[in-house]
Design a protein around this ligand. Structure first.
Ligand SMILES: C[S@@+](CC[C@H](N)C(=O)[O-])C[C@H]1O[C@@H](n2cnc3c(N)ncnc32)[C@H](O)[C@@H]1O
Length: 247
């Protein structure tokens, strides 16, 4: 798949970070047996299927899974694709030890109230060379947290369950390391998604995207800036070779 022509159903400024994640993933070779945890209706399925040997998507929302099945369970690669309506940990428990090469999660890790249980299960099902790629929103983003405080003040019932649980880069670093993963957490963007709020379209968007992406990349080199202004983060975790899960 040509990543430069790949389209995600968003404004290019929102899709930008995901396309860069795809680029990073495709550089590290084939993805093998892939699990798309919290797959929703399969936003990332086309990319993952193209680069994998087999693909399993799991989500607890049956409506999303029905949509994904309708979109992807026909066509030449369909025999290597399956979708499951199930809670993530329950699904992981049904998998064999060391049976998965790549776990992809986008906007899903923070839904799991017990990160230790989740990461222990991921550690168990991943092969020794296995890898997790997770794209998550930065829970210590200052602007997002200010917006959430205002929103929760106006609508206290909305989003309490989820948005208050977003984790920071430091949280992910600490938890993954504690549970025997080698982990890197990289900021993906800070101001780039804001371009979607502007009325600019077409070539103007392309120029703005390049400019703001460059500014972002310079600013995000500062750790303090990145802690409080990174918006999305890419977490890449591998099973630590000295601590491979034993039965
Ligand atoms: C923000 S959406 C992301 C969907 C998709 N990964 C994407 O990037 O478009 C989070 C998804 O996680 C699912 N989810 C939340 N908790 C879950 C759990 N414990 N097990 C499985 N899926 C879960 C929700 O149903 C929802 O589809």
């Amino acid at each position: 798949m040509n990543l430069t022509t790949m389209r995600l159903p968003f404004h290019p400024a929102i899709a930008d970070a995901y396309l860069r994640v795809y680029e990073a993933m495709s550089k590290s070779g084939r993805l093998g047996r892939v699990l798309d945890l919290c797959c929703g209706s399969g936003l990332h399925t086309p990319f993952l299927v193209r680069h994998s040997e087999s693909y399993q998507g799991v989500d607890l929302n049956s409506k999303f899974i029905e949509e994904a099945k309708a979109s992807f369970l026909s066509g030449p690669t369909a025999q290597n694709i399956s979708f499951h309506t199930m809670e993530g940990i329950t699904f992981l428990k049904s998998l064999e030890d060391q049976s998965i090469d790549t776990v992809f999660v986008s906007g899903g890790l923070y839904y799991f109230p017990n990160q230790t249980t989740l990461l222990n299960e991921l550690h168990r099902v991943l092969k020794p060379s296995g890898r997790i790629y997770a794209v998550e929103t930065n829970g210590s983003n200052f602007l997002l947290n200010t917006y959430r405080r205002i929103k929760n003040f106006i609508h206290p019932y909305r989003d309490h369950q989820t948005t208050n649980k977003l984790l920071s880069a430091a949280d992910y670093n600490e938890t993954f390391e504690k549970l025997n993963f080698n982990v890197s957490v990289e900021p993906l963007d800070s101001w780039v998604p804001m371009i979607a709020l502007l009325p600019a379209r077409g070539w103007l968007t392309t120029i703005l995207l390049r400019l703001v992406r460059y500014i972002d990349s310079v600013l995000l080199r500062s750790e303090i800036y990145s802690t409080y202004f990174a918006f999305k983060m890419l977490i890449v975790a591998t099973v630590s070779p000295t601590n491979v899960h034993k039965k």
